[in-house]
Structure formats: structure tokens, C-alpha cells
Design a protein around this ligand. Sequence first.
Ligand code: COA
Length: 348
Amino acid sequence: MATIKGEIHMAVVLSGIGGFLPPRVVTNDDLSATLDTNDEWIRTRTGISERRVVSDGLSTGTLAVEAGARALRSAGVSGVDTVVVATTSPDRLCPAVAPEVASRLGMGPVAAFDLTSACSGFLYGLAASAGLIASGTAESVLFIGSEAFTTLVNQRDRGTAPIFGDGAGAVVLRRGEDDEPGALGPFDLGSDGSLADLLAIPAGGSRQRSADASLGHDSVPTEDWYLRMEGRPLYTQAVERMTQSAQAVLKRTAWSVADVDWFVGHQANVRIVRAVAEELEVPMERVAVNIDRVGNTLSASVPLLLNDIAASGDLKPGDRVLLSAFGAGLSWGSTALVWPDIRAEHVN
Ligand code: COA
């Protein structure tokens, strides 16, 4: 278990935001037509009523392009010199999706790469992107969390199928001043790989490749191509890790809990977000939630939620925001910022 407590000395400012959801809506009732589940169980146990799912050729890359274009528009810029995509459901195992996203956004030969950190991908990617700017390697970064993760979830497994949804959220980052609204605060990042098996897709990687009998490979059971999740221990870990990580950031910002206008936590389960807020003693009216409409969208979760509350006008320029996420790895991360005066478009 390791925790990095990095400080960004050159200020890095969030200057644009955008989101995109695939149009196909899958309600809890739709799921219960083919799965042994029901709307009441899913809503009361997770807070989810419906989620969006890719169809008609949409994939992580296409969602990322749409969200990225909106974030660039919000920032009022046509290009950046680096594109980073956080995803755990890339279009292909090779190559990374970010170069193609950059090309399709008309960026030219910019730096572009993917980063994998499941549901904490947005916090890790934000820290990595900010680090590129702080080190002088990049001037500005388009950072996108994009997922078509439902393609990796076994739609016959009632333990996981109701939980996940697809979507993308993006931000533009640039160099700025410490006291400027949008300046990213300290980061707290951590992991515990000894619990990696609590949330994992066994096959498809180098440990368990595709079955090719002619090469002497063992056959791979169909279930191994899909996500396996142990919900209960993950729930406990999520509450503990997000709470500790958010507290670590709070301590280093010198904000008190009363200063926090919005707690924006990764949307894995509304009960997890509320439990973390309770531990932090953040009042529930300051806890942002959109899981009811989108489910768990992994690395897209936090930026989609920020975009939602900014577009609705609930999140206002000057508001103090505490961000925290937790996911497979296990991995987690948190940061804080004062919300800048930027435009956010409603997500379809
Ligand atoms: N519909 C109906 N019943 C279901 C069901 C479904 N979709 N899924 C499970 N059940 C049943 C179980 O079989 C079990 O029945 P039993 O008591 O007869 O054995 C019962 O509901 C309770 O199951 P359990 O898994 O203990 O429920 P839970 O309250 O822990 O909720 C999760 C399950 C997955 C919603 C919850 O554990 C969770 O959110 N965990 C964290 C997951 C997470 O964060 N994952 C991503 C990390 S980013």
C-alpha cells in the first residue's frame, strides 16, 4: 500500500468541461425483463434507476471525441498540445485510444496516451495531466475519462449488470496562477494491489490470453472475459478509502468541512457516497448525485457529475469542491478546487 502526497507547485487550472452520454437508455425494468432482478432492489441498493449503454457502433473513442469537443468549446480553445484518455474499456487492447481521439478532434501530431485506473481514473488522470503541465512538458491538456464498460460486464450476471453505464466526461487544463479559480489543489492518491481480485476481468490480458488450442493455450471460460466483483468487501473499502483520502486533501487545503460547498464523489453506489459524506460530516444537501440516471461510469463518473451540476447552475463559480474516487486496483484519489467561471452544456 502506497500513498503519494504530491503538491503541484506550478498552478494548473481547469478551464473547460464537457460530457457526453450514448443515447440508448436502459431502465431497471428493461433489465428485469431478462435478469432475475427488479427496479425496487436496484434503486434501494444502489440508487440507480437507469443507465446509458453504447449501441449503433458507439465506443469509448467516439464518446471521448464528443465529450472532448464540448470541453474544448467550454474552454474557448480549438486545440491543446496533449490529449490524455483515462479508460478501462479501450476500443482495442492496442493501440491506445487517445491518439485516434486527438486526430478526430483535428489536433495534429500532439502527445496522446491512455491511462488505466478504473473508477479512480479521473483523479489519477487529473494528477498526471496536471503534472505534465507543472513540469513544463505540456502547455495545456485535454483530459477525458471515457468508458463503454458495459461491453465488459456480463449481462447475465445480476450482481454486476445493473450497476454500470457508459459515458464520457472531459476537462481542459492549462497553466495558471495559484489563487485563480479552477486551480487544482493538492492530490492524495493511493492503492492496495493485494485486493486486486475484488474487482477484476480475469481474461484478455497477458495472464490469460485467448484460447488458441493450436498454440497449446487452455480454453478460457466465457465468464472470465467479463467483470467479476465482490460487492460487500468493496463497499467497505470504498467508504474507508474515499473518506481517508478526502480528509487528507482537506487537511492540506486548510479548508474546514464547513467550507466545502460540494462533495463530488465517484458514483458507484449512492449509499457509498452518502456514507462517505456522513463520515466527513458534509451535509447531504452538499453531496452531488447523478447515479440515478447514469449508473457507475468509472473514469467518466466524476467529470460527468461536475458537468451536470455546473450546467444546472447548482455548482457556481467560487464554490469550493472536494473530489474523491475509488475503484479497482484497488486505487483511490482525491483533490479540491474552487470552481471557475466556465460554461457547461447540458449533457443529452
Ligand atoms: N437483484 C435482486 N437481488 C439481488 C441482486 C439484484 N440485481 N443482486 C444481488 N441480489 C441479492 C443477493 O443474491 C443477496 O441475496 P441473499 O441475501 O438471498 O443471498 C441479496 O440481494 C444481497 O446481496 P448483496 O450482494 O449482499 O447486496 P449489497 O447490499 O451488498 O449490494 C452491491 C450489492 C453490489 C450494490 C453493493 O455491495 C455495492 O455497491 N458494492 C460496491 C460495489 C462497487 O463499488 N463497485 C465498483 C467499485 S468502483
